[in-house]
Every structure is written in structure tokens, then in C-alpha cells.
Write a protein that binds this ligand. Structure first.
Ligand code: F6P
Length: 363
């Protein structure tokens, strides 16, 4: 192995630079050249990259975001950007990306990303490109690994937010809503809700009833608990499977992006439960800043292992945390199967056992 490429794609998260550092340092120590493509797969298509030397790979362990830049719209198989394609007319430019890979005389590529990035990686693997994937997302919804890096950092931020909301809710006797990210999966809301002592947790995997939410707040009030903390995942759905949001913007069908679920629940509570309510959408605060110690460690282990796999010739694979060990799985077995919260699992059960409501009569 003489030369490898690396890229970070999809939404950013704490720990990306720690992976870039670990892959690069492991490679450079063994005399392997490293180039980092800019802005995810866009850099591979446009052949825009930086040469990563020891100087560039140093001092970035604790840095949030990604020094390489990222893009969650650049898909070489459906490329929508100039000069090749448009949003109305996406074009397959994967052959250009493959030519750039070959012209740069790369032996392998490390792709760091979530389900979308890994699915594209698998398409490249099927076209003969040697790739090792590294699983990233604050949503923790990738199957085939016990945890993605980035999740622990986002969880720490969400938990601190719930703690801070707790004291102001108590002081003002309010029902306070904290809306977390998570898209299709409730991991961030579930775990920050449990860790922060939330009274009601609403997640996409457990459809909620507004009646149950109102009853829970009223029962607390009857016991003299005149405030409530409600942690809502941005993808929470009601019993009809709808994502009911407070307002819609003409032409938009993406309820998650409008960040309206928490607002809607807040308005509903104020109207129906006779308690003042406020909401707080955590949004991208959860994705920024420095990784936790856990994520620095996980990212470093993932990055170091990714280079090991390249040297072993396991280049259709993704690094994976299994128990306490970093192992690997085939990328094809890791994609398109989201890992969702089990409504009947131990974590939900523990929360229910201590009186947490999931806004559902069933759980
Ligand atoms: O997948 C990570 C994530 O942060 C989701 O939790 C969220 O729904 C989405 O990305 C937001 O994406 P964007 O930054 O493109 O708005």
C-alpha cells in the first residue's frame, strides 16, 4: 500500500477530525501517503484534495467539525451540481470519481459517514473501488455497529440542555419541551431523556397520544409537581403516524427540517393542560464543538483499525464496535437497515419502571 484517500461525507459531528487524524497518523508512520478529498464525494468528483502530512494531522483531535469539509448533497451516482447536473436533472458521474481515484494512484479510500455515505461507498465497492467505511452519525441509527462516533458527544450536549431546562422549568412551574435531533431514530431523545430525568419522552418508535401527554402532566400537578420536562425527538409521530407540526412553510414537506414537533406539543399542552409552556429546539448545537472523551477514543480506535483493514486487504468493509472490541463487517451488511429503539427493550422498560411516560397507553 503506497497511497490512500480519505473523505468525510454527510452531516458533520464531533469526532470526524479524530478519525482523520488516526487514519493519517497510522498511514504516515508506515510510509503511506494520504490525500484528503474536500467536501465529501464532491472532492472526489472534482478532484479537489489536500495532501495530509504529519503537520496537518496534528492538533485536530479535539476539534469539532471536519478540516476536510463535508457535503450531504453530493452523490456521484445522482450528481446535482454544476457543471454536470442540476437538482432537476441528476447525473451519474461515478466514472469521473473512479477516474480521479485511479489517476491519483490510490490503493484504497476511507469514507467516513452515515447510512447515505456508506450506501454510496457500497456502490463504489461494487464498481471495484477498495473502500473501508467508518460509521458516523449523532443519530446512532446505523446497524452493524454497537455505536457510531458522534453520538456520545451529541448525547452529552442534549443531556446538559435537559438539565439546564429542568431548573428553569422548576422555578417557573412550566411544562418545558426539549426537542432533540435524531431524524428517524429516538436514541438521542431516549437517552438524554433518561439521563436528564425527563417526565415524558416522545420518540418516533413509540407513537404518542396527546391525551396521554395531557393526563401525565395533570397527574403530576395533582401530586404537587407543578412542572414537567418533555423530551421530544424531532421525528416523533402521533398515533395516526403523523408528524404533527406547529406551522408549515409553503412547498415544504420536510417536517423535521421545520423543527416544529416540539413547538406543536408545547402549544397543545398550554391549551389543554392549563400550564404555561415553552419549547427549545436544540438543533445543530448537538452537532458542533469538541468530541467527548468517549468519542475521541472511539474515533481513534475506528481510524487506526480502518488503516489496518486496508493493509489486510479487507476493503469492502466497515469498522464496527462489537461489545468492547473494534471489529469489521461488510459494508453491504451495514447499510439500509436503520437501528431503531426497541419499544419493548430494556432502556424503555427501565424508564417506564421509574414512572417516565412515553405518551402512549400501550407502553
Ligand atoms: O443525521 C444527522 C442529522 O443531524 C439528523 O439528526 C437531522 O435530522 C439532520 O442530520 C439534519 O440535517 P441538516 O444539517 O442537513 O439540516
Amino acid at each position: 500500500i503506497r497511497k490512500i484517500g480519505i473523505l468525510t461525507a454527510g452531516g458533520d459531528c464531533p469526532g470526524l477530525n479524530a478519525v482523520v487524524r488516526a487514519v493519517s497518523k497510522n498511514a504516515l508512520r508506515q510510509g503511506i501517503e494520504v490525500i484528503g478529498f474536500k467536501n465529501g464525494f464532491e472532492g472526489l468528483v472534482k478532484n479537489e484534495f489536500i495532501k495530509i502530512n504529519d503537520f496537518i494531522a496534528s492538533g485536530i483531535l479535539t476539534l469539532g467539525g471536519t478540516i476536510l469539509g463535508t457535503s450531504n448533497i453530493a452523490n456521484p451516482f445522482k450528481y446535482m451540481q454544476e457543471p454536470y447536473g442540476t437538482p432537476e436533472n441528476p447525473v451519474d458521474v461515478s466514472n469521473i470519481a473512479i477516474k480521479n481515484f485511479e489517476d491519483n494512484k490510490l490503493d484504497a479510500l476511507v469514507t467516513i459517514g452515515g447510512d447515505g455515505t456508506l450506501s454510496m461507498s457500497q456502490q463504489f465497492v461494487e464498481k471495484g473501488i477498495p473502500i473501508v467505511g467508518v460509521p458516523k452519525t449523532i443519530d446512532n441509527d446505523l446497524s452493524a455497529t454497537d455505536q457510531t462516533f458522534g453520538f456520545d458527544s451529541a448525547l452529552a450536549i442534549a443531556t446538559e440542555a435537559v438539565d439546564r431546562i429542568h431548573t428553569t422549568a422548576q422555578s417557573h412551574h412550566r411544562a418545558m419541551i426539549v426537542e432533540t435531533m435524531g431524524r428517524y431514530a429516538g436514541w438521542l431523545a431516549l437517552r438524554s431523556g433518561i439521563a436528564g430525568g425527563g417526565d415524558i419522552i416522545l420518540i418516533p418508535e413509540i407513537p404518542y397520544s396527546e391525551d396521554v401527554i395531557v393526563q401525565t402532566i395533570e397527574t403530576r400537578k395533582a401530586k404537587g409537581k407543578n412542572f414537567s420536562i418533555i423530551v421530544v425527538s424531532e421525528g416523533a409521530k402521533n398515533e395516526s403516524g403523523e408528524m404533527v407540526i406547529a406551522k408549515t412553510i409553503a412547498g415544504s414537506t420536510d417536517a423535521i427540517r421545520l423543527g416544529g414537533v416540539g413547538q406543536r406539543i408545547s402549544q397543545m399542552i398550554e391549551c389543554r393542560a392549563g400550564i404555561e409552556s415553552r419549547y427549545c429546539i436544540l438543533g445543530h448545537v448537538q452537532r458542533g464543538g469538541s468530541p467527548t472523551a468517549y468519542d475521541r477514543l472511539l474515533s481513534t480506535r475506528y481510524g487506526a483499525k480502518a488503516l489496518d483493514l486496508i493493509i489486510e486487504g479487507k476493503t469492502k468493509n466497515m469498522v464496527s464496535l462489537q461489545g468492547t472490541q473494534i471489529k469489521d463487517v461488510l459494508i453491504k451488511d451495514a447499510v439500509s437497515k436503520l437501528k431503531l429503539v426497541d419499544p419493548h427493550g430494556q432502556e424503555v422498560h427501565a424508564a417506564v419502571s421509574i414512572g417516565t411516560s412515553f405518551g402512549s397507553k400501550e407502553i
